[in-house]
Design a protein around this ligand. Structure first.
Ligand SMILES: NC(=O)c1ccc[n+]([C@@H]2O[C@H](COP(=O)([O-])OP(=O)(O)OC[C@H]3O[C@@H](n4cnc5c(N)ncnc54)[C@H](OP(=O)(O)O)[C@@H]3O)[C@@H](O)[C@H]2O)c1
Length: 277
């Protein structure tokens, strides 16, 4: 009995210390809330109306993916574009009436130059394209997350697109020793060098979404960060809805710099803007 009490006491102590350490780590990484977007909540309606009045068009790359689907839904709901084009490798089918005015361009990403016309005449471009090393191998990952993304951005720029929104990743760094972060950092830098009038790079942490496709590592990370983010906001993960909302709200803004990087915390703040409306 004495031994059991001792063991339980020790276990509780270890658990308390572990939780305290984890809380300290998350507190450290959980940089102070970005307040620069909160004032936007008050005039979001006016911003949307003004933008809508400009009759702009956009395209989405990766609209069949988790973020892309959510982004498309958010764009349709807020109705800020007069035309939305989905550029992808396959035709998508939608049941709801609100999707019926979408334009779809089915292209072969291996021959992107042959599809330059698909990228012409859009004011704004959103890129949520990507794969994983587990799914496509190292070369396949580089091909999609770097080559396809960069070439698409080049074609979009040549086709008159002035505003490009790129979903990248937390920790993207062209000098990283990790392939994933290195590739993300490289493509960010190369797209910035294209000189869009406006470039927004989003660096979300682990995307919190009930993904249909099985990705065990990501599932584990999602469960962990999902539980953590339920008790404290964290810079390590983000619900996918917040990313989509942030991308749309940010489209309405006119930042001082041509190129901006939105870290996870910024995406959180922007993602909440519409909820506060
Ligand atoms: N998962 C995370 O936790 C996480 C965290 C931070 C950043 N990110 C980044 O955020 C972006 C979006 O992630 P997500 O999870 O929303 O994406 P996702 O659900 O995996 O969707 C990826 C999209 O890319 C397209 N795609 C993939 N391989 C392709 C290929 N070979 N040719 C043409 N199209 C291809 C897919 O089209 P099909 O439907 O035709 O396959 C789909 O539309 C990615 O760049 C990802 O690296 C992800």
């Amino acid at each position: 009995m004495k031994l059991l009490r001792f063991t339980l006491g020790k276990a509780t102590w270890i658990l308390t210390v572990t939780v305290a350490i984890l809380a300290a780590v998350f507190y450290y990484f959980d940089d102070t809330a970005s307040s620069k977007y909160t004032s936007m909540a008050e005039n979001i309606k006016t911003l949307e109306e003004n933008f809508r009045g400009q009759n702009k068009s956009c395209f989405i790359l990766g609209a069949s993916g988790e973020t892309g689907k959510m982004l498309l839904r958010e764009l349709l709901e807020r109705n800020i574009f007069s035309k939305i084009t989905l550029i992808g490798r396959r035709q998508l089918t939608f049941g709801d009436k609100e999707y019926e005015n979408l334009v779809q361009e089915v292209i072969n990403f291996e021959k992107l130059d042959d599809y330059a016309a698909a990228f012409m005449g859009h004011d704004v471009g959103y890129c949520c394209l990507g794969t994983t090393r587990a799914k496509a191998g190292a070369d396949g990952f580089i091909k999609v997350d770097h080559d396809y993304v960069l070439k698409s951005a080049e074609l979009a720029k040549a086709g008159g697109c002035t505003q490009f929104h790129l979903e990248s990743s937390r920790g993207a760094d062209k000098n990283s020793n990790f392939l994933y972060l290195k590739v993300k950092g490289q493509v960010e830098a190369e797209i910035e060098a294209l000189g869009f009038d406006r470039l927004a790079i989003y660096r979300p942490g682990v995307l919190l979404v009930d993904r249909q496709e099985s990705r065990p590592g990501e599932w584990l990370a999602r469960k962990f960060f999902g539980a953590v983010s339920a008790v404290c906001s964290t810079s390590m993960s983000i619900p996918i809805q917040a990313v989509a909302k942030a991308m749309v709200s940010n489209t309405l803004l006119q930042p001082e710099q041509k190129a901006e990087i939105l870290e996870n915390k910024d995406i959180f703040s922007l993602g909440k803007v519409k909820e506060n409306k």
